[in-house]
Design a protein around this ligand. Structure first.
Ligand code: GLN
Length: 451
């Protein structure tokens, strides 16, 4: 598959041809379930002549049926473009194909989608990760040049790791959330899923920047990173010793090889420890569900969402929501409403906010001595469909990614090898707030060192 960098230098006529070829490849790989809507002929001309980028089903594209892969949003048609889509259109890109995801971005396997599952391009018996599983599977299967995902607790980085691609989550506030269906507003960020680090930096530059339509958007000038990529800059990189020790043997061995490659490239490695990641998980599932319970109240069959057939108002709310949401979404709304309810608010929600502060402080302390932090992305490689029966077990898929969202930091996941079953393994680099330049410099250095 042509890279984004290559595609951006092609004349418009060639892009039209690339779109036609892509359409055929997508049809051929229909069984993968990466896209939720088969592309129709008219879309090729209607979508303009920009380089095609696949879009997660929770980012508004004017005139598209955007559903967050939920039953409750079937037939909803987006009436405007998200800011990221506008920026893409202004920079020679176009939205092309809607990608499958976990319902309302809640999950780590894309199994909770109303449309059914997406297969891992490396093994059809395994999940592609989630919640941006469709976006990552499309890039990993080479039926997308690049894709947009969203990351609340790891939903870009974890599927990217499972599908052998590069996934990046920016500093909170760097990319506008205007037009992204809100899951947990203080954690959500849109970001690129690409074939390599350079494409990630290019797409990040296109998407980033202040947006007055998003009150949480950072009001600072965006310095482009892709023009200044410097893989030769010597950095101090902190490896989290306790994460390395608890990782599965195949992940540990690839991490050790990557650390060696970083050292041989001239970077200085220091070893640090972080608190047990079970506290990150507990904190995240209080903050994220609390915010989700508030954000999802708008889907009531009146303001938004499919309306159930009933005779009175109360039943309409109850039935519309009971029929429209899947089990995982309901579980989170219940949990979120509980932790916000009077009597429990202080014990859970306020406590979680304090823990969030400690997690942030912990990163700051490490960043006093290091430019970047290097960790695994996931505790295991892609798991088999149906293997995580207990929701709590599924929640552990994100133990290495969620603290990054709680602290608002930028991070990137990139391939560092494969296990003996040919399943991809990812490594994660984390940078200081707003230091995306160092993040991409380090990632490019690691990518080159492992080639
Ligand atoms: N897997 C995590 C969750 O289920 C993260 C999801 C995400 O980043 N959108 O909440």
């Amino acid at each position: 598959m042509i890279t984004l960098k290559q595609a951006l230098s092609l004349p418009k006529e060639e892009i039209v041809q690339i779109k036609k070829d892509l359409k055929r490849k997508i049809e051929e790989q229909k069984q993968l379930g990466a896209y939720v809507e088969q592309l129709i002929d008219s879309e090729i001309s209607e979508l303009g002549d920009g380089v095609p980028i696949a879009i997660k089903d929770n980012i508004q594209v004017d005139g598209w049926n955007i559903t967050c892969s939920s039953k409750i949003l079937q037939n909803y048609v987006a009436p405007y473009n998200a800011t990221v889509i506008e920026k893409m259109l202004q920079n020679g890109l176009s939205a092309y194909g809607r990608c499958n995801m976990d319902e309302f971005a809640m999950g780590s396997s894309t199994e909770s989608s109303y449309y059914g599952k997406t297969l891992n391009p490396f093994d059809p018996n395994r999940v592609p990760g989630g919640s941006s599983g469709g976006s990552a599977a499309a890039v990993g299967a080479k039926i997308a040049i690049a894709a947009l995902g969203s990351d609340t607790g790891g939903s870009i980085r974890q599927p990217a790791a499972f599908c052998g691609c590069v996934g990046m989550k920016p500093t909170y506030g760097k990319i506008s959330r205007y037009g992204l269906s809100a899951f947990s507003s203080s954690l959500d960020q849109i970001g690129p899923i690409t074939q390599n680090v350079t494409d990630s930096a290019i797409l990040y530059d296109i998407l980033a920047g202040h947006d007055e339509k998003d009150s949480t958007s950072l009001n600072i000038a965006h310095d482009k990173v892709s023009n200044n990529l410097n893989p030769d800059k010597k950095l101090t990189i902190a490896v989290i010793q306790n994460y390395l020790e608890e990782a599965s043997p195949e992940i540990r061995s690839k991490m050790l090889e990557a650390i060696k490659a970083l050292e041989e490239s001239g970077h200085k490695i220091v070893y640090k420890n972080m608190i047990n990641s079970k506290y990150d998980v507990a904190t995240y599932y209080i903050v994220a569900t609390a915010e989700a319970s508030a954000n999802l109240s708008r889907y009531d069959g009146v303001r938004y969402g499919r309306r159930a057939e009933v005779n009175n108002l109360k039943d309409m709310y109850i039935k519309s929501r009971s029929e429209g949401f899947g089990d995982e979404v309901k579980r989170r709304i219940l949990l979120g409403s509980f932790v916000l309810s009077s009597g429990y608010y202080d014990a859970y929600y306020i406590k979680a906010q304090k823990a969030r502060h400690l997690i942030k402080d912990q990163f700051e302390a490490i960043f006093k001595e290091a430019d970047l932090i290097f960790t695994p992305v996931t505790p295991t490689t892609a798991f088999e469909f149906g293997s995580k029966k207990d929701p709590l077990e599924m929640y552990l898929s994100d133990i290495y990614t969620i603290a990054v969202n709680l602290a608002g930091l930028p991070a990137i996941s990139l391939p560092i090898g494969k296990d003996d079953q040919n399943l991809p393994i990812g490594g994660q680099l984390i940078a200081k707030i707003l230091d995306e330049q160092t993040l991409f410099d380090g990632a490019l250095s690691l990518e080159r060192a492992l080639k």
